[in-house]
Design a protein around this ligand. Structure first.
Ligand SMILES: [Fe+2]
Length: 192
């Protein structure tokens, strides 16, 4: 069964003024769709076609892995954002962030430092390790924490296609927009 391109969880213009409808059209309608199409072309007629997307990511390598991981990473990324979001986390997530980072502003600063230090394409993540601790990690290109032991909580797409139409090559301004959209309810619900 082919993997479907999931609809955006909100209208294409809902993240404005932080991310424009043009960016979402390009990002979801072109780049993510191309990943899903490439994935489906590669799994058609194979035993992988019966697996869930997460399982395909964990079971694949090379070009198939890249297409599958990008399909999963993007679907996850859109869920991390919400038009009525931003602000500050609360509850158990806020407590854990305070214990480990001091406060959410320090988490944002550390996340931004890591995101800006990654040269080229990739992703920045907040993950939870099996021992419960949070960590900020970056992955190159299509790579994803999904293949490791840690649970992805939050993703930021650092490929230029995520922000070039709005901010050209200014990743720092994109990160400012990103934080105004982070869906802390989604992130907190993934905490174990
Ligand atoms: Fe992307």
């Amino acid at each position: 069964m082919p993997v479907e391109l999931p609809d955006l969880p909100y209208p294409r213009d809902a993240l404005q003024p932080h991310l424009t409808a043009a960016t979402l059209d390009l990002h979801h309608g072109h780049h993510q769709r191309a990943d899903v199409d490439a994935l489906n072309a590669r799994i058609a007629g194979t035993e992988l076609a019966d697996l869930a997307l997460e399982e395909i990511v964990r079971a694949s390598q090379g070009g198939l892995f890249e297409a599958a991981a990008q399909a999963w990473n993007h679907a996850f990324y859109w869920q991390c954002l919400h038009p009525r979001a931003g602000g500050e986390p609360h509850g158990a997530l806020a407590d854990r962030i305070a214990r480990q980072f001091g406060d959410t502003q320090k988490l944002r600063e550390e996340f931004n430092r890591a995101a800006l230090a990654l040269s080229g394409s990739g992703w920045a993540w907040l993950v939870q390790h099996p021992d419960g601790r949070l960590a900020i990690v970056t992955t190159r290109n299509a790579n994803t924490p999904l293949t490791g032991d840690s649970t992805p909580l939050l993703a930021c797409d650092l490929w230029e296609h995520a922000y070039y139409a709005d901010f050209q090559d200014d990743r720092g301004r994109y990160l400012q927009a990103f934080w105004k959209l982070v869906n802390w309810d989604f992130v907190g619900a993934r905490l174990r």
